[in-house]
Write a protein that binds this ligand. Sequence first.
Ligand SMILES: CCCCC/C=C\C/C=C\CCCCCCCC(=O)SCCNC(=O)CCNC(=O)[C@H](O)C(C)(C)COP(=O)(O)OP(=O)(O)OC[C@H]1O[C@@H](n2cnc3c(N)ncnc32)[C@H](O)[C@@H]1OP(=O)(O)O
Ligand SMILES: CCCCCCCC/C=C\CCCCCCCC(=O)OC[C@@H](O)COP(=O)(O)O
Length: 270
Amino acid sequence: MEVLWLLPLLVVPILFWTSTTFVFYFKKCFYVAYMMLLAMISIPMCIVKSGGRDIENMRIIRFMVRHVKYFLGLRFEISGWEHLQTGGPYVIISNHQSSIDVLGMMEVLPDRCTTIAKKELLWAGTVGMVCWLGGIVFINRKKTSDAKSVMTDTAKIMLHDKIRLWVFPEGTRNQKGDILPFKKGAFHLAVQAQAPIIPIVFSSYSNFYLRKEKEFKSGTITLKILPKIETKGLTSEDVSSLCDRSYDVMRSVFLEISGQTSQSNGPSNH
Ligand SMILES: CCCCC/C=C\C/C=C\CCCCCCCC(=O)SCCNC(=O)CCNC(=O)[C@H](O)C(C)(C)COP(=O)(O)OP(=O)(O)OC[C@H]1O[C@@H](n2cnc3c(N)ncnc32)[C@H](O)[C@@H]1OP(=O)(O)O
Ligand SMILES: CCCCCCCC/C=C\CCCCCCCC(=O)OC[C@@H](O)COP(=O)(O)O
């Protein structure tokens, strides 16, 4: 009878070995549950260290998240570190494929850097709470005028508090094997703060993570930090061309590091 208790210990490894769908759901559930747990542990640490919402809490979050990749069988190959050796405020822009991006983000996140996120994330339990404590700026994507005014205020805070901002200019997650046309908020922000833009490109996850096919294998993510793009002297008139330039350089690097050749990208709103 006691042997029955051992059954799950046998069944889980067998399913892991035989079913890619099981592995997919197992890893996804593990990821969410473990991030929730890490966030729960981090909340009191952030409160004790900073007394509340403070960008310095991102150091704790970064430290807590860095090992999660090992459990998911992921490796990062990072190049271009020298481009992050820039003092003062800047805006990092990167492509956005999945919530797994958070792991790459925490590999390279500079000090005094937080991010812009959709306001719905605030309600993601302990993860939402820790994001708030880390000074993440929440925007309402459904109310463009509100989102724009939050970003304009953020440009002022960036300069005043000497902080860096990480923005996903696609504005949503995308796993279509290409980069979506960029929204313009990140570029207005950089121009308003007269701060440089540092593009970071994540290679495609399609060789290890396929949402539709329910596959989540081990894999290596290439993360390329690109040279900064200056915005000194630019005005709102230059935002469209700045956005186009950044998109072009990031897209060609994305295709190169994802082992794809350049095709014409479908829709473009810039
Ligand atoms: C310890 C355990 C821890 C566990 C947890 C682990 C980690 C937690 C910590 C960190 C993790 C954080 C991860 C968070 C990831 C979250 C990612 C997201 O949520 S992505 C979604 C949210 N982000 C964005 O949407 C940013 C990009 N969007 C924009 O910038 C948009 O432009 C916009 C501001 C939202 C407006 O949207 P819209 O669709 O209207 O975009 P357009 O670009 O077409 O703009 C329309 C129009 O407005 C002009 N515009 C835009 N912005 C501005 C501005 N700031 N000032 C002035 N004008 C602006 C733009 O030029 C357009 O006009 P025109 O066409 O005439 O040029
Ligand atoms: C009790 C509430 C339960 C909520 C459970 C959800 C918790 C998520 C938990 C763990 C994942 C950790 C990573 C957190 C940050 C990732 C955020 C993210 O990637 O959001 C998606 C957003 O960029 C774009 O969203 P859309 O594709 O436009 O939509």
